[in-house]
Design a protein around this ligand. Structure first.
Ligand SMILES: *Cc1c(COP(=O)(O)O)cnc(C)c1O
Length: 234
């Protein structure tokens, strides 16, 4: 059964409480980003009413239609999905953070578009921490080089890292991936590249955001626990 708007509002408030409690235990602040793919503007507004102030979209078309409907009024939008090079223009300058930058070509295109708009676009580098063949993100061993290249690209500012560890693993294994990502975050932060400042560590989803926060995440992306199961709509 699809969650009602009222249930979404209450779930959002509960998830926010859990995030804040985990943040307090960990001793740092944490930003909740609601992953709102396949949820329409009304449902986004219900999560807003529950206290959510950041929304992450995976698909450019959905981002555009929700922006047009003013779904994120009073909140900020993030892009968290795989960004195709031919869609860069539709995203740069329209979201506060592109969380899924994973190649020099993509970073250059983002920077070029930002230059045209006269802005600097904040991005995160996405790490494929489990080195999964079918997943986007740069493998851990290639991250330093990507950060070094990013330092040379005008129009972008790298704020941190994002990762999605392999699905369906034991909790302990997932925690290991979170810890590995945190190590990379600290390593890269110590390097002091230009235009790179490791401030945001975005990891943790519905099933594991409390563990991620305990491992140092200061941004979590939560979908199902807020909106319920996702249904593809016509
Ligand atoms: C859908 C999505 C999430 C949230 O996943 P849930 O398991 O539903 O919480 C987080 N990050 C990204 C990149 C997503 O696409």
């Amino acid at each position: 059964m699809e969650k009602s708007l009222c249930e979404i509002r209450d779930s959002a408030a509960r998830v926010l409480e859990r995030v804040n409690a985990a943040a307090e235990r960990a001793g740092h602040e944490v930003v909740l980003v609601a992953a709102s793919k396949l949820n329409d503007p009304e449902r986004v507004r219900a999560a807003f009413d529950g206290g959510v102030r950041h929304f992450g979209e995976n698909r450019v078309q959905e981002l555009e239609s929700k922006l047009a409907a003013d779904a994120y009024a009073g909140a900020t939008a993030h892009f968290i999905g795989h960004l195709q090079k031919n869609k860069v223009k539709s995203v740069v300058g329209r979201v506060s953070l592109i969380q899924s930058a994973d190649s020099p070509e993509l970073l250059r295109l983002i920077g070029k578009r930002a230059g045209e708009l006269g802005i600097v676009q904040d991005v995160l580098l996405e790490v494929n921490i489990g080195r999964e063949a079918a997943k986007s993100g740069v493998p851990p061993e290639a991250l330093r080089e990507l950060a070094a290249e990013a330092a040379e690209i005008p129009g972008i500012f790298v704020r941190g890292l994002m990762t999605i560890p392999p699905a369906g693993e034991e909790k302990e294994k997932t925690v290991q991936y979170f810890e590995q990502t945190r190590k990379l975050f600290i390593d890269i932060g110590a390097k002091k590249y230009d235009n790179v400042s490791m401030c945001i560590l975005s990891m943790g989803m519905s099933a594991d955001f409390e563990e991620a926060i305990a491992c140092g995440a200061n941004m979590v992306r939560v979908g199902t626990a807020i909106f319920g199961q996702r249904y593809a709509r016509a």
